[in-house]
Design a protein around this ligand. Structure first.
Ligand SMILES: [Zn+2]
Length: 318
């Protein structure tokens, strides 16, 4: 079985293996937990396991699923500018589920980020979630249960996925040929998510962070500071605000703990420890609120220029 490569989710994997061993895999599942901790990989592994023709997942069925070419395994993700799963997509699933599987023992639908289903889509889905045909399984994954209707949740068997320990992520990154410095740094910045660690590396986050922190945090002029963030691609503003958020978060965390252990920007701990004491915790909390508010505004497509300027002014206050 291919569950071995999923790390840090022993309870969920054990429950799944038991269900497989007892031939109890049926109905609808909700895999709930933070982003990037293995929910989707586990869902795919489950679809493979219930259809595997061998013991080592080296069969035609597993290979088709791995390459995304299995006619009975569907991966559904949010799409479009609204980043949502619409009712039309759910209707396609309902239609597909009314047919017999083409070749699988169990046809599988994996709905990623299920909280992005529109309310309409969720309501249309209820009947199928309640009782999928015997040879079908449905797996919803989500990091945000608040976005899912209670009527949907009550129809699912829930499996919880955990945030991963920093040491686990560090170990994983080492096994993926990250050099030692990167493995330490990214595992701290990843906040419990392997997916996030890999994403950070792909974004070359360190040089961007250094540019933002050096030009924003260490400068005095609010106008200049606003330009640091505004000068970049529009899509990136949110990411850059998060970089700034993590920096202020570290200052506050250090203010409370006086240790480096919990820092995300672990490679710049010297500056964090020296600057943390220069600001009151109250100011840092206010700054963090201000950054979070700005992220919300940018997300809501409010003119980023004025939102960023206001934030830059607020962060400058003593
Ligand atoms: Zn197989």
């Amino acid at each position: 079985m291919s569950f071995e490569k999923i790390i840090g989710q022993d309870a969920a994997i054990k429950a799944i293996k038991n269900m497989i061993a007892q031939d109890q895999v049926r109905g609808t599942y909700l895999f709930l937990g933070p982003d990037g901790v293995g929910k989707r990989t586990t869902a795919i592994s489950l679809a493979k396991a219930v259809n595997c023709e061998s013991t080592d997942c080296n069969c035609t069925s597993c290979k088709k699923i791995d390459s995304g070419n299995h006619p009975d395994v569907f991966l559904i993700s949010p799409e479009g500018a609204s980043y949502s799963i619409k009712i039309s997509r759910i209707r396609e699933i309902i239609y597909e589920a009314s047919l017999k599987p083409y070749e699988a023992r169990k046809r599988a639908f994996i709905i990623n980020d299920a909280e992005t289903m529109t309310e309409e889509a969720q309501n249309a889905f209820l009947k199928l979630l309640e009782e999928p045909p015997k040879n079908h399984i449905l797996i919803l994954t989500s990091s945000n249960m608040a976005g899912i209707l209670p009527t949907v949740i009550s129809r699912c068997k829930m499996l919880k996925f955990n945030k991963l320990a920093q040491s686990m992520i560090q170990e994983f990154l080492r096994s993926r040929n990250f050099d030692e410095g990167q493995a330490i740094l990214y595992s701290h910045m990843a906040m419990g998510s392997i997916g996030r660690a890999i994403e950070l590396k792909e974004m070359d986050i360190i040089s961007r962070r250094d540019e933002i922190i050096n030009n924003f945090f260490f400068r005095k002029s609010a106008i200049f500071r606003e330009n640091v963030l505004r000068g970049s691609m529009e899509d990136d503003v949110e990411e850059e605000l998060h970089i700034l958020l993590y920096w202020y978060r570290d200052l506050l965390v250090y203010g409370f703990t006086n240790t480096e252990e919990e820092l995300l920007n672990i490679d710049r701990h010297n500056e964090i420890s020296s600057y943390a004491g220069r600001f009151s915790k109250k100011k840092l909390q206010r700054d963090i609120t201000s950054i979070l508010k700005t992220i919300e505004l940018v997300r809501a497509n409010v003119n980023p220029k004025s939102a960023l300027f206001n934030m830059a002014v607020e962060l400058k206050r003593g």
